[in-house]
Design a protein around this ligand. Structure first.
Ligand SMILES: Nc1ncnc2c1ncn2[C@@H]1O[C@H](COP(=O)(O)OP(=O)(O)OP(=O)(O)O)[C@@H](O)[C@H]1O
Length: 351
């Protein structure tokens, strides 16, 4: 378990123009949980990663792992404490003159482990990430995805309780990303790890995250469980988690209404029921249905005859659907790409 309490990083403390890059960040990730952090460029994601694994000293606040405040430790204690957090970086950062096995062995060698115990642990780890047959290959002989899997093996070498993945799927092709995400959830389950998954790729979040935080201007401005956020019509994160192509235009005597629902809590024939109950022709203008952790979530735009939208919204609410007028059909903003100044305007209207 990792608890981050009031984490603040100010660069240039004491200078005429100090920059606050992390501002009172709080979150907790339990063992067995994947917490995704998403945010636009410059939001402070890399700084957060470096403060979490203590490559960078926070200005104030705490990073507590399994009850121990790592930020309170001196230099030698800190070296030891870093073992509790394994990091997988973007593009793996493997040493090019070392084989896959030698790269995985590196943290064990620093620790002074015997050759025999190192060889045995490296064998286990390469097995875990499905690369036992690539042990003697050099990084340039591995694919990008394989290099990231070596990165995971190396991050796990010292049996950390927290795994930090810092933009680790950036630049991977879809198949390698799939393999990486499956491996991440497998090791999370097998080793009961608390995982902090920093990314700007919303589709990876939908596939692995239990909880999600949106970082903006160094602050966590939205935070929640994935399956709750995806149903939030007004949430920037919620909208970005429900990707959808453009909807058809409603007719001139029709009003577009957005409907978001969780299929486990609404009747499967909700659209037919609403049409019958209100005695109205209702048509679908656009839709996205996706499965998150086994539950189907829907996000539709429907057209309702003008003058009947309120009745539709009320009746939909009674069936457990979140419906609202679609007054601003602008494209969804993506919290991973939206400029800080735009996102500061707050959420727009759900698509
Ligand atoms: N050493 C430093 N000194 C001063 N400012 C810094 C320093 N490191 C980062 N910053 C500033 O902190 C802000 C956040 O940077 P950071 O790299 O953490 O953002 P990020 O969300 O990871 O961005 P990206 O997605 O583009 O990598 C930026 O405005 C950056 O200029």
């Amino acid at each position: 378990m990792i608890e981050v309490v009031g984490l603040t990083k100010v660069f240039g403390v004491g200078s005429p123009s100090p920059t606050t890059v992390l501002d009172d960040v709080d979150f907790t990730v339990d063992a067995g949980e994947i917490f995704a952090v998403v945010g636009p460029s410059g939001a402070g994601k890399s700084t957060l990663a470096r403060c979490l694994n203590l490559l960078e000293r926070p200005t104030s606040g705490k990073v507590v792992v399994n009850g121990e405040d790592l930020t309170a430790l001196g230099t030698s204690g800190l070296r030891d404490a870093r073992r509790r957090i394994g990091t997988v970086f973007q593009s793996a950062s493997l040493l090019s003159r070392r084989t896959a096995a030698q790269n995985v062995a590196l943290p064990l060698e620093y620790l002074g482990a015997t050759q025999r115990s190192t060889a045995s642990r490296v064998g286990e780890l390469l097995d875990l990430v499905g690369l036992a047959d690539k042990a003697d290959l050099y990084p340039h002989q591995l694919s990008g995805g394989q290099r990231q899997r070596v990165g995971i093996a190396r991050a796990l070498a010292l049996k950390p309780s927290v795994l930090l993945s810092d933009e680790a799927t950036s630049g991977l092709d879809p198949a390698a990303t799939d393999t990486f995400l499956r491996l991440l959830t497998d090791v999370r389950d097998e080793l009961d790890l608390a995982v902090v998954f920093i990314t700007h790729e919303m589709d990876t979040i939908v596939r692995v995250a239990d909880t999600v935080g949106r970082l903006d201007h160094g602050r966590i401005v939205e935070h929640g469980r994935l399956e709750q956020l995806v149903l939030e019509p007004d949430s920037v994160l919620g909208r970005a988690l429900r990707p959808r192509g453009p909807s058809a235009e409603p007719g001139s005597a029709e009003t577009p209404v957005s409907v978001v629902y969780n299929s486990s809590t609404v009747p499967a024939d909700w659209l037919t029921r609403l049409g019958t109950r209100l005695d109205l022709p209702i048509s679908v203008l656009g839709a996205n249905v996706q499965t998150i952790d086994g539950t189907v979530f829907g996000d539709l735009t429907v057209s309702v005859p003008a003058g009947h939208a309120s009745a539709f919204i009320g009746a939909a609410g009674e069936l457990g659907l979140a419906a609202r007028l679609l007054t601003d059909p602008t494209p969804q903003s993506d919290p991973a790409t939206v400029a800080p100044s735009d996102s500061a305007k707050g959420p727009g209207v759900a698509a």
